[in-house]
Design a protein around this ligand. Structure first.
Ligand code: AMP
Length: 301
């Protein structure tokens, strides 16, 4: 019988409680999966938890809004926080343990002095507009790996650049954690689910779908035989320009491992974009040669 069937899941908020409960869990044996999140859970996060339970006997989710990955003037203070609800949702999905530390617990000596330098991968795409962001992400992910010592950690395809960096960090630093990347979960109209979507006004929410429709247009151009990166980006931008509330920050087609922009694209190339809608920053991406995420989603206006 799985430990989940025997135990009620637990919410722990301190390092001591985390270590005590981890050792109890570990005593039951089996591989352990970690799902790091910033909380305000939605179906995207919950799909990672389902994946974690498929992959391992024991599952831990973390809920921590990591100050180190927010730049000055970004939305750290107003980032949605709903811990009680998050815990209930994670429990319903069969997670064994939820670790939700406050910043003083996570960083008891203040921000860590020694950091992982993301290098060029952290300067591309979002890195150009969010200096220090990926260094902050790697700081917390490496710390969580150290605290939880998972066998596998599950991340979402929604944060495509983050998954590339984390895989690379695990490889370069021999962190010994298997990295699983789960598919991007979309709302029924195609908008990528995000905790930040709650800040969209109803008109902004309606327009935000333009990002997904643009991605589909880019993918269609590829299917019809277009292989020029800039032309496919043009197809994307032409659709997005029909949604004035969406202000594009960047749209690039990149190699899925190096993140280098591609002039000549292939099936594996990724069209990655960021845009503001009202004062909410949204990111999204699509693999040009991948199956259409949901054929029922219409992409005409
Ligand atoms: P966050 O709480 O936004 O930091 O996200 C925590 C994890 O959930 C990251 O690995 C994200 O990539 C993943 N995630 C967030 N939104 C989605 C989504 N719509 N589909 C799949 N994974 C997601």
């Amino acid at each position: 019988m799985s430990p989940s069937a025997l135990r009620r899941p637990l919410l722990v908020r301190t390092r001591d409680d985390l270590q005590r409960e981890l050792s109890v869990l570990r005593g039951t044996g089996g591989a352990l999966a970690l799902v790091p999140t910033m909380g305000s859970l939605h179906e995207g996060h919950l799909s990672l938890m389902d994946r974690a339970r498929d992959l391992a006997d024991l599952s831990v989710a973390s809920v921590f809004v990591n100050p180190l990955q927010f730049g000055p003037g970004e939305d750290l203070e107003r980032y949605p926080r709903r811990l009680e609800r998050d815990f209930e949702l994670a429990a319903q999905r069969g997670i064994d343990l939820v670790f939700a530390p406050d910043p003083e617990i996570m960083y008891p000596d203040g921000p860590p002095q020694v950091r992982v330098e993301p290098g060029l991968l952290g300067e591309r795409l979002c890195g150009r507009f969010r200096p220090g962001h990926f260094q902050g992400v790697l700081a917390v992910v490496v710390k969580l790996f150290g605290l939880v010592r998972p066998d596998v950690a599950v991340f979402g395809r929604k944060d495509f650049q983050q998954t590339v960096l984390i895989r690379r960090a695990v490889h370069d630093l021999e962190l010994g954690v298997e990295i699983e990347v789960a598919p991007l979960v979309r709302a029924s109209d195609g908008l990528a689910m995000s905790s930040r979507n709650v800040h969209l006004t109803p008109p902004e929410r309606r327009e935000a779908v333009g990002i997904f429709r643009g991605l589909i247009a880019g993918q269609e151009a590829f299917r019809k035989g277009e292989r020029s990166g800039p032309s496919i980006v043009e197809s994307f931008s032409a659709v997005v320009s029909g949604y004035p509330a969406v202000r594009l920050q960047y749209a690039e087609i990149v190699d899925p491992e190096t993140l280098e922009p591609e002039e000549e694209v292939s099936e594996a190339s990724v069209l990655a974009v960021a845009a503001h809608c009202g004062d909410v920053r949204l990111i999204d991406n699509i693999v040009l040669g991948a199956e259409e995420p949901d054929p029922r989603i219409s992409h005409s206006r």
